[in-house]
Design a protein around this ligand. Structure first.
Ligand SMILES: C[S@@+](CC[C@H](N)C(=O)[O-])C[C@H]1O[C@@H](n2cnc3c(N)ncnc32)[C@H](O)[C@@H]1O
Length: 405
């Protein structure tokens, strides 16, 4: 890895030994007691707790098998094939050309994981977790893409020694290589096309979170920074017909966006601003800047630059909306979402020099760039994204010659 990585700011307790430390040590000793396991299973009040802990540990151990079952089902296109059309083992074996006794192992595993379900007449249909996979192409594309990450991580210690020697670093040209943002060679263009297509396919859930959470009525013009092929701009344009747009992204990416915008009849409402937020200023004229799944790709120093440039480009009273997956904040510790953090920590490490930040860390970076009234907007599905808003103050900064102290 050629670039130094930033450390996360972990809220540490100052005093040498707290009551909480003593309690945690006591619990650990208690968990380790050789008789506890048998005793807790005999006791109906504690049995469920021990069973749950054992099952969670087993799931951690089996996670690789679970994701391979998922990948095999995606590659065999089972979710789309079985949507509204349950089928028997023999029928599926014929279609997939896999021996029935082997395929049955896969189908039974998929049933156990809730992806498929047994139906009447010995048929298999979609289970509750299989339905979204049949409906949203973007999920299947992310599952296929994750295979790259899992290949990089197959020897985890080697991966920790050099996380950027595999397929993920190769896939994301800008996230670790500062030169990749300049005009790419012809064969490099394919990389920009490939990741931009994946981003567009996987952005649907994020867009839904933003559109269902934030009212755009007060705005006239939106600048989407790191806009990709423009799926967010396209959907927001339909959602809020009064808005006009500016899109900012690397030149090879915006070249891909142009055609799509014309096809959607948006060419008059959207202007394209190719550039790099590392080398160039952001265009002025928008009263809302959106930064969707961008900051986590970059180290703190670059995020500081982007936020400062966003602040400079906004008029007084303008708003920055930052949306991306964030690390679980401390006040939500212990809630089930936390395991998504492990995925994002490793995904972003394999990708480049960015990192998963907590809402508090991003809020601090936004405030440092000059934004005030930075707040979290609660949204229904934080696993897809969390949302922060900050305003450029209408008041003069306190060090301005015109300010009254
Ligand atoms: C993870 S993608 C997110 C795209 C889109 N906002 C979404 O949510 O699907 C990050 C975007 O930031 C763009 N980007 C990366 N480095 C950039 C730079 N230096 N200047 C401008 N855009 C950049 C990438 O080209 C890519 O389109």
């Amino acid at each position: 890895m050629s670039q130094p990585l930033d450390l996360a700011a972990i809220a540490t307790r100052k005093s040498a030994l707290t009551f909480r430390d003593a309690w945690q040590e006591r619990l650990e000793r208690w968990y380790a007691h050789p008789g506890l396991y048998r005793w807790s299973l005999r006791n109906p009040l504690t049995r469920w707790l021990t069973r749950r802990r054992t099952r969670k540990l087993f799931d951690l151990m089996a996670g690789f098998v679970h994701s391979q079952v998922l990948l095999a089902c995606v590659r065999l296109d089972l979710f789309r094939a079985l949507h509204h059309a349950p089928a028997s083992l023999d029928d599926l074996a014929r279609r997939t050309r896999i021996a029935p006794a082997v395929l049955q192992r896969l189908l039974l595993s998929a049933v156990a994981l809730g992806l498929l379900e047994h139906r009447s007449q010995a048929r298999y249909g979609l289970g509750p977790l299989g339905v979204p996979l049949a409906q949203h192409e973007g999920i299947a594309q992310m599952i296929e893409h994750n295979h790259l990450l899992y290949q990089d991580m197959k020897d985890p210690l080697q991966f920790l020694g050099n996380a950027w020697s595999g397929g993920m670093a190769e896939y994301w040209p800008y996230a670790h290589d500062q030169t990749a943002r300049q005009a790419p060679a012809a064969d490099e263009q394919a990389k920009f096309t490939r990741y931009s297509e994946l981003m567009a396919a996987s952005q649907g859930f994020v867009i839904q979170e933003i559109l269902s959470t934030y009212f755009f009525d007060e705005h006239r013009c939106v600048l989407d920074v790191g806009a990709g092929r423009g799926r967010f701009v396209g959907e927001l344009a339909a959602h809020a017909p009064h808005l006009t747009f500016k899109m900012f992204d690397l030149p090879p990416v915006l070249a891909l966006a142009r055609e799509g915008l014309q096809a959607k009849g948006l060419a008059d409402r959207v202007s394209l601003h190719p550039g790099s937020f590392i080398d160039d200023p952001l265009p002025e004229g928008a009263d809302l800047i959106t930064l969707v799944r961008v900051a986590h790709d970059h180290p703190d120093a670059v995020v500081r630059q982007i936020l400062k440039k966003a602040h400079a480009a906004l008029p007084a009273g303008g708003v920055l909306l930052l949306a991306e997956p964030m690390a679980q904040p401390e006040e939500e510790a212990g809630q089930p979402n936390a395991s998504a953090d492990a995925y994002f920590h490793f995904y972003l490490l394999a990708m480049g020099a960015g990192r998963l930040r907590t809402p508090q860390e991003l809020k601090a970076l936004m405030e440092e760039a000059g934004f005030t009234h930075v707040e979290r907007v609660p949204n229904p599905m934080p696993i897809h994204t969390r949302i922060l808003l900050g305003r450029k103050s209408k008041c003069l900064p306190s060090d301005s010659p015109n300010s009254v102290n």
